[in-house]
Design a protein around this ligand. Structure first.
Ligand code: AMP
Length: 217
């Protein structure tokens, strides 16, 4: 399986990509996770990326394309991959085509999670992440059993810096201007699978599997 998850921040791409990874064995490649880890570890990539993440802006295309090209060449991606948060611009989508061409691969589908902006804002403001295992929670809809503590690994839950209100508005503007046009790009290629992104995590999971022609159970 070689798929892309498209959709605004907070649409549920990460949550659904994790389900697909568990179910199908393809590996989740989240450029946001890779970049956040690089920033945390103060690597040269992290130093380049930090200011963009803080402002909710996109890291330059060439930086992201290099990191994706390197990631997709790793052994675990031979079983398939789920791109989460990439591509985010038409230039990245074109770059991805070149990367895949070199590897002799093609994309199966582009899953596009669609939902109204007010739902996106509610989701982002309540989102909490685990520092240790990356587990995802929502203060209202999927709270942890113990406040601030991950159910899976006991790690500390935190709110991403860029999920704060002031940065969310910037991220949504960036999505509308630079990422939304990708739906049309992939529609023309016959790869786009629009998915209603409203509802519970399980409902959306069912729609994702349906769009892929697979069983969710
Ligand atoms: P995400 O976790 O996917 O919401 O990404 C968090 C932040 O990482 C974004 O706001 C960007 O600053 C950066 N980022 C992640 N993926 C990309 C990408 N494909 N292109 C450029 N910047 C990205």
């Amino acid at each position: 399986m070689r798929v892309v998850f498209l959709g605004p921040p907070g649409a549920g791409k990460g949550t659904q990509a994790k389900f697909l990874q568990e179910k199908c064995g393809a590996c989740q490649v989240s450029t946001g996770d890779i970049l956040r880890k690089a920033v945390q570890d103060h690597t040269p990539l992290g130093k380049k990326a930090a200011e963009y993440l803080d402002k909710g802006e996109l890291v330059p295309d060439d930086v992201v394309l290099d990191l994706v090209a390197e990631r997709l060449r790793q052994k675990d991606c031979e079983k398939g991959f789920i791109l989460d948060g990439f591509p985010r611009t038409v230039a990245q989508a074109e770059g991805l085509e070149r990367i895949l061409e070199n590897l002799g691969w093609g994309l199966d589908s582009v899953l596009c999670l669609q939902l109204p902006q007010e739902v996106v804002i509610r989701r982002l403001s309540g989102r909490r992440n685990c520092r240790k295992c990356g587990g995802l929670y929502h203060a209202a809809w999927s709270p942890p059993r113990r406040d601030g503590v991950c159910d899976q690994c006991g790690g500390e839950l935190y709110q991403r810096q860029d999920d704060r209100e002031e940065t969310v508005a910037a991220r949504l503007r960036v999505f509308d201007a630079q990422t939304a046009p990708l739906a049309e790009y992939y529609r023309k290629k016959g790869l786009l699978r629009p998915i209603n992104g409203e509802g519970s995590v399980e409902e959306i999971r069912g729609r994702v599997f349906q769009a892929l022609g697979a069983k969710a159970a």
